[in-house]
Design a protein around this ligand. Sequence first.
Ligand code: G3P
Length: 218
Amino acid sequence: MKFFIDTADFQEIREAHGLGLVDGVTTNPSLCAKVGIKTDQQFEDLIRQICELVQGPVSAEVTATDAAGMLAQGRHLAKIHEHVAVKIPMTPEGLKATRVLAEEGIKVNVTLIFQPVQAMLAAKAGAAFVSPFIGRLDDISQRGMEIVEQTLTIFENYGFDTEIIVASIRNPLHVLEAALAGADIATVPFGVIMQLMKHPLTDAGLKKFLEDWERVRG
Ligand code: G3P
């Protein structure tokens, strides 16, 4: 399973990259707002900087809601760097834009997917990636991973090569479930990446090893 990091915080990306855990990056307007991105220029500079570091797909989201606006923004974003994947919301206008961008050879990540048929429509439109949001479904008492499992089945049934990015991951269990289901990619917030490495028995075991080592050496 590929690991993407779900953040617009460059320090977090750099740290996770150092751990070898960044095959790609996903951003969205909320994540950009969180790190204080105020202008288009700042946004584009950040995306370029991330692409240079990561050398893998970096999702940059459009903010237009009509197909013509999404196309203009998407083409502009794709010119920033060869690793940009244009993130487009799952709407009828978004599907129109996805089809055209895909035909132009631009990678599209269709986002805000909450049911498997939406993912199938995005795949039919030529999306390179689909992003089901599992945490937000769990939040409303619907099992988010079911969407991922059903989407995997549909893509398998029809031979779609669209990759599934499990998104809106909130905890290590989500990462485990994504891996068990066979998802292509999990996009994981920095805090959850750090949690994945932790286990109290690892800490206790290391402490004991070092104490024993020191004891015989006086
Ligand atoms: O990748 C999508 C993600 O950023 C949404 O996460 O936690 O806002 O549902 P969340």
